[in-house]
Design a protein around this ligand. Sequence first.
Ligand SMILES: *[C@@H]1O[C@H](CO)[C@@H](O)[C@H](O)[C@H]1NC(C)=O
Ligand SMILES: *[C@@H]1O[C@H](CO)[C@@H](O)[C@H](O)[C@H]1NC(C)=O
Ligand SMILES: *[C@@H]1O[C@H](CO)[C@@H](O)[C@H](O)[C@H]1NC(C)=O
Ligand SMILES: *[C@@H]1O[C@H](CO)[C@@H](O)[C@H](O)[C@H]1NC(C)=O
Ligand SMILES: *[C@@H]1O[C@H](CO)[C@@H](O)[C@H](O)[C@H]1NC(C)=O
Ligand SMILES: *[C@@H]1O[C@H](CO)[C@@H](O)[C@H](O)[C@H]1NC(C)=O
Ligand SMILES: *[C@@H]1O[C@H](CO)[C@@H](O)[C@H](O)[C@H]1NC(C)=O
Length: 248
Amino acid sequence: MDSVLLLTLSLLFLCQTGGSTDVKTLFVQTGKDVLLEIMDPDAVKDYILLAWRVKKKESKTELLVSFSSDKKPTVHGRYTKTAFPQTNFSVILKNLQKADSGLYDAQMTTSEQVILVTYNITVLDPVSPVKLTVEPVSSSPDSCNVTVSCTTDDYTISSTLTCTNQTCTNQGDKSEITPSAAHLHIYLSDDSITCNHSNQVNWTTATAPINLLCPTNPGKAELNITCCALLILLGQIQCTILLKVTAL
Ligand SMILES: *[C@@H]1O[C@H](CO)[C@@H](O)[C@H](O)[C@H]1NC(C)=O
Ligand SMILES: *[C@@H]1O[C@H](CO)[C@@H](O)[C@H](O)[C@H]1NC(C)=O
Ligand SMILES: *[C@@H]1O[C@H](CO)[C@@H](O)[C@H](O)[C@H]1NC(C)=O
Ligand SMILES: *[C@@H]1O[C@H](CO)[C@@H](O)[C@H](O)[C@H]1NC(C)=O
Ligand SMILES: *[C@@H]1O[C@H](CO)[C@@H](O)[C@H](O)[C@H]1NC(C)=O
Ligand SMILES: *[C@@H]1O[C@H](CO)[C@@H](O)[C@H](O)[C@H]1NC(C)=O
Ligand SMILES: *[C@@H]1O[C@H](CO)[C@@H](O)[C@H](O)[C@H]1NC(C)=O
């Protein structure tokens, strides 16, 4: 009974030390660098070993960089080309790849072991460009219904809007998460419709002006009248020539 109590107490203690360090969440774009910091380097003293470690998905915890008691750093294993220890116990990780995503922590060994900081790093590619396409559905003299689609390299979202040459009704807002965990959002702003493809590290947009959405807007109607007028004019000239030829 006593040993069970003791075990429970020590487990509790372990959980508390584990929970007392906050986890910093970082999203990093593929190929970029990141700085892993010990926030209070002056407090790091009288230690036996200070070790930066990494736990990547489905692999064991690995040693990245360790500082011996005389502050001398050692970069371990395959990290010699990517991990750069700084004099203040921080480490710069260069050229991060998606496989580098994982939990990074700094463990200080004195008479006991303390985790000084934990980083949860997720490496993401920048998002792909988006294409905005507008398909007419139906139209009346004063409004039209159009389907606006926004396409990425792996996903499409669509939204049907009722527009005049000035405005669209506000049902246009549409937002979804793509298979690559990015955010795709179609929305209306003052005089345009926009699609925003974004993740935590990057975004791209495509925009179409509202006054071009409806097929029957005054601009085109005017053009059409001009065309008809030109055709009539041409017809008249032809007729005149024909008449003259017949007259001869
Ligand atoms: C540690 O050093 C790096 C440069 O080597 C610096 O950018 C960073 O701000 C320093 N961090 C602290 C907490 O002193
Ligand atoms: C790390 O962050 C990612 C992305 O927010 C999250 O899915 C994951 O659960 C986090 N892992 C831990 C151990 O906190
Ligand atoms: C647009 O769609 C709405 C809803 O389906 C419909 O009530 C309306 O008549 C349509 N407008 C035009 C111009 O086709
Ligand atoms: C289109 O816009 C013009 C002003 O730019 C306005 O006079 C006209 O009434 C509008 N037409 C429709 C169908 O809303
Ligand atoms: C696109 O979305 C991202 C993330 O929500 C945001 O930071 C960015 O400002 C948006 N861009 C535009 C042009 O709205
Ligand atoms: C998104 O990433 C691309 C490619 O790296 C870059 O050209 C673009 O400037 C980035 N956009 C933003 C808003 O960060
Ligand atoms: C021009 O007018 C004709 C007849 O009114 C119509 O059928 C056609 O769709 C119009 N074309 C354009 C480009 O507006």
